[in-house]
Design a protein around this ligand. Structure first.
Ligand SMILES: Nc1ncnc2c1ncn2[C@@H]1O[C@H](COP(=O)(O)OP(=O)(O)O)[C@@H](O)[C@H]1O
Ligand SMILES: [Mg+2]
Length: 269
């Protein structure tokens, strides 16, 4: 059972490292997330972003250090009790899902913690919820389409609806906008922005390489480079040209336009 004093902590990593083949993929990371916060993780390819999400989803255990997720200590809790409380939408999940299942079935099966097997007797309540999540993500027209025939953007939106289906307390999105065209990206960012601003939506962590993909409503940013956290805190304070330049290793100018962000490389002088 959760420790009451820590129930508002969604995630608490203390001195966490993940070591593979003698190399620290995540290197002595301390990071804490409180209920209701919406985080974005920024960092170059190979920085350790997905590894951090795998820790947060309890699919990976720290080599050293301590990880607490939704008030439960990793290592002291049955992960099969913990995992249904966490929604994860990433590439790895897409590959596990049967291509022949319809979009509606793909989302519905999440309610039963399965990646396959369509049952006849789904609850009407579940079906209503699945349709509502798909509607919210603009997938109304695709309910009967086979998952395997969807475009990348449609697949991503289906996966997010699927991740919402278990009513998670923590939602993890790994590069949700990667590979989308401009229209698809803007549509998704707008929908994620609505989710981020919904006070009833779960706490959220989203990974991206691009500040243009940060949805309105994101409250915090963590920057990671070579497994080490460079900065973590309120986005208004931490998403600066100086920090982003250090993170990506070249001079960058970050600008905020209303509730969106842009970044560009500075000309060499
Ligand atoms: N199971 C593993 N064994 C060894 N190295 C790994 C493993 N998984 C990931 N890596 C490496 O760890 C680094 C961080 O990976 P990852 O977290 O996927 O980065 P990101 O998501 O930021 O691009 C990369 O260099 C990657 O090649
Ligand atoms: Mg990754």
């Amino acid at each position: 059972m959760g420790d009451n004093a820590l129930m508002s902590e969604v995630l608490e990593l203390v001195d966490v490292s993940v070591v593979r083949d003698g190399r620290a993929l995540v290197d002595d990371v301390s990071w804490s997330i409180k209920e209701g916060e919406r985080w974005v993780i920024l960092g170059p390819n190979g920085a350790g972003k997905t590894t951090l999400l795998n820790l947060a989803s309890s699919y990976l255990f720290p080599s050293t250090g301590s990880a607490r997720i939704l008030g439960e200590q990793l290592g002291a809790v049955d992960v099969f009790d913990l995992r249904p409380r966490i929604g994860m939408a990433g590439i790895a999940m897409a590959e596990k899902l049967p291509r022949g299942q319809t979009v509606l079935q793909t989302v519905l099966t999440a309610a039963y913690g399965m990646t396959a097997h369509w049952q006849e007797n789904y609850d009407q309540v579940d079906e209503t919820r699945a349709r509502a999540f798909l509607d919210r993500l603009g997938m109304n027209e695709y309910l009967d389409r086979k998952f395997g025939t969807l475009s990348e953007g449609e697949r991503k939106r289906t996966l997010i609806a699927r991740a919402m289906m278990t009513d998670p307390e923590l939602l993890l999105l790994d590069e949700p906008a990667a590979g989308l065209d401009l229209g698809g990206r803007e549509d998704l960012v707008r929908r994620l922005g609505r989710l981020a601003r919904d006070p009833y939506a779960p706490s959220m962590i989203m990974v991206t390489h691009h500040v243009e993909e940060i949805p309105p409503g994101v409250t915090h940013v963590l920057m990671i480079r070579q497994g080490k956290v460079l900065t973590a805190g309120p986005i208004d304070m931490e998403l600066t040209s100086r920090n982003l330049s250090r993170c990506f290793g070249l001079p960058l100018l970050v600008e905020r336009n209303g509730d969106r962000w842009t970044a560009q490389g500075l000309p060499l002088t």
